[in-house]
Design a protein around this ligand. Sequence first.
Ligand SMILES: Nc1nc2c(ncn2[C@@H]2O[C@H](COP(=O)(O)OP(=O)(O)O)[C@@H](O)[C@H]2O)c(=O)[nH]1
Ligand SMILES: [Mg+2]
Length: 241
Amino acid sequence: MNTDTARSDDSGDAGDGPEYTFDDVSVVMGTYNEEAAIGTVLDDIERVTDGRAEVVCVDGSSDRTPEIAREKGAQVVEQEPQGYGVAVREALLTPDRPVVVTTDCDDTYPMDQLPEFLDWINRGYDVVSGDRLYWGAEAMPDLNRWGNYAFAALTSLLMGELVHDTTTGMRAYRRDVIETIRWTENTGLSAELLIRPQMRGYDVREIPIEYDERAGETKLDPFAGGAAIAKSIVKVCLDER
Ligand SMILES: Nc1nc2c(ncn2[C@@H]2O[C@H](COP(=O)(O)OP(=O)(O)O)[C@@H](O)[C@H]2O)c(=O)[nH]1
Ligand SMILES: [Mg+2]
């Protein structure tokens, strides 16, 4: 995996694949009572992609989140709330555009960096992963930040390769990566979505991203969720060996 921006083989484009634009991109997310954030998140995507990226929300809300999403032009797939990974897996598999970007619907992730994610896909990468910890993630609660450092260390140890942020919610994927691999995890899906492609030899790249304070309440219990993620990391790494 590679995070430095000055690698010589990154300078040109990949040459072979097509050059994707936002007409080829779906931005997808699970949404669960995100009334406080969804308007801003969808407006940001619209502004940054000139309204060209398609948006898919897999929604389990009991508040006005799905109405707001539809008003703003997103495709809403209704689903009983069953956890992060169940929603995000459905969200990843719903669109058919060649590039899929995941985000949380909580206004923490920088939609302004969508062009950078697309750029790295166009340079030939299969997975582009937003590294929240690179700039320190001061807006993240301390417990989450230390947990995320620990998850990255555990993953690096088990994979035998350095990874800086295993549990980030903002990534771009080529569609064939999503469709080729069978996904098994729920709370740990974000880690699985990085580990399996990396251990199967896909070209994975981390890029530094900004991380903002959350709008609205977190849907993840830090202790139960953290334990589930650690378990997924161990299971998936052993599985891929
Ligand atoms: N549809 C659906 N979305 C969910 C569920 N659990 C979490 N989400 C969404 O997944 C994203 C990540 O959850 P979040 O609370 O931000 O987790 P955190 O970033 O770890 O604090 C958010 O957009 C949530 O609304 C669920 O059970 N169903
Ligand atoms: Mg979040």
